[in-house]
Design a protein around this ligand. Structure first.
Ligand SMILES: Cc1ncc(COP(=O)(O)O)c(C=O)c1O
Length: 417
């Protein structure tokens, strides 16, 4: 008997979807209102906002708004129409590619409309069935999805564990000797959940022993790390060892789009083989001209990155001094590790938002192990020391209530009501 496809969908809503009735509109899909800033409105009240990746505070910068607005007035949102390959190509797309490449010290770069789709397609394009992928266990979903498309072998190594990485490179090398294929190693520059930098220096050093190419997703490193914000490769002094460098415009650039950079022939190969770009509409002009403006500001306004780091250092040292566990972050991403179950975490975050006016993201099982809660803070150049102090005070208050069982009792009362 063939069942109705939707029967399963109705009974099994998925690991996150099953929480929709309880969480939607508040814990997931919340609506932050007002201009993007350090303080926005949530649920009708002002909150200090720590959940937006507008690292350099460009999202609402008057010069950015002006550039975006002028480009929209001149070209509309449609131009250019069609895929780049057919009719959607412009000199501005090329200019942006040239400037992105120069900025990250590579020969060439190619734009993609969304980082996620671009990454899936780039991995798909870079490897054939005889090739082997070696990748970090904690990489972003877009890398996992790219790996899923791969018809050949793949080896995953323990997160940021160089011994495990080398062991898997060894296995991959043995396999590649049989298939005659090559090896693609994929890491992030900055791991977005816990804020650790990928161990790029050590990974690049492994090139002396193993023959592989390195693809780095630097979504969170671009703009925030390295000389002038040139990313994690510069921060660790190994940009030349990164064969394919990726950054999205969705974070420090406060826009939409992304790019891959590397040697000219590799970038040209991606241009002609990334299916999600070949068969999709070109990035609209306001995004392209807007990105040129943002990149120019990153290049010419180092004070934005300095301010980001002043706030980051104040927030992280203040939280650590107050006894909070921030794990092993080495970047602006500030995870605060607490212990509790999901209902407790929900009660705590409700209190934080409603009574302390602090909005941050909450991460629980199944994204992280059961019993662990991460409150994840993203500092930006827009935040102030006042925001930092208010937040540390609020965190101290909620930690006290978490440890004395207040949130457990609230959660139980709600469950039994
Ligand atoms: C590490 C990482 N890679 C890729 C992406 C996807 O980029 P985009 O938002 O441009 O699709 C994200 C999230 O935005 C990310 O955090």
């Amino acid at each position: 008997m063939v069942s109705d496809l939707f029967d399963r969908i109705k009974s099994d809503k998925g690991p996150l979807g099953k929480w929709a009735d309880k969480a939607e509109g508040y814990y997931v899909f919340p609506k932050l209102e007002g201009p993007i800033s350090n303080r926005m409105n949530f649920n009708g009240k002002p909150v200090v906002t720590w959940s937006i990746n507008d690292y350099l505070g460009l999202a609402n910068h008057p010069e950015v708004l002006k550039a975006d607005g002028e480009a929209a007035l001149e070209h509309g949102m449609a131009y250019p129409m069609g895929a780049r390959m057919m009719s959607g190509h412009t000199k501005y797309h090329e200019q942006l590619e040239q400037e992105c490449a120069e900025f990250v010290g590579k020969e060439a770069s190619y734009l993609v409309n969304f980082g996620y789709q671009g990454m899936v397609s780039a991995i798909d394009a870079l490897v054939s069935k005889d090739d082997i992928i070696v990748y970090d266990m904690d990489t972003h979903a877009c890398i996992i999805d790219g790996v899923r498309l791969h018809a050949g072998k793949r080896f995953v190594y323990r997160h940021n564990d160089i011994e495990s990485c080398e062991k898997n490179l060894k296995r991959a090398t043995k396999m590649a000797e049989k298939t005659g294929g090559g090896i693609l190693l994929v890491s992030e520059g900055v791991f977005g959940m816990r804020g650790e930098q990928g161990r790029l220096r050590e990974i690049v050093a492994l090139k002396e022993k193993y023959n592989f190419r390195l693809l780095v997703d630097d979504a969170h490193g671009f703009g925030t790390l390295g000389e002038g914000g040139r990313g994690t490769g510069y921060e660790q002094g190994v940009q030349d060892g990164i064969d394919v460098y990726f950054a999205t415009f969705a974070k420090s650039m406060a826009g939409i789009g992304a790019f891959f950079a590397g040697d000219k022939d590799v970038v040209q190969y991606l241009q002609y083989n990334m299916r999600s770009q070949m068969f999709a509409k070109s990035l609209p002009m306001p995004m392209v001209k807007g990105a040129l403006k943002r990149l120019d500001m990153i290049r010419t306004m180092p004070e934005l990155k300095d301010k980001l780091w002043d706030i980051t250092n104040a927030l992280q040292s203040g939280l650590r001094d107050a006894g909070f566990d921030l794990g092993t972050t080495q970047t602006c991403i500030t995870p605060v590790y607490l212990k509790g179950d999901i209902p407790e975490a929900m009660a705590m975050v409700h209190d934080l938002r409603e009574n302390h006016g602090v909005f941050c993201s909450i991460v629980v099982y199944p994204v992280i192990p059961r019993g662990m809660i991460i409150l994840r803070l993203i500092p930006t150049a827009r935040h102030t020391i006042e925001d930092v102090n208010e937040t540390i005070k609020a965190f101290t208050a909620i930690r006290e209530k978490l440890s004395n069982g207040t949130y457990k009792r609230i959660a139980e009362a709600i469950m039994t009501a």
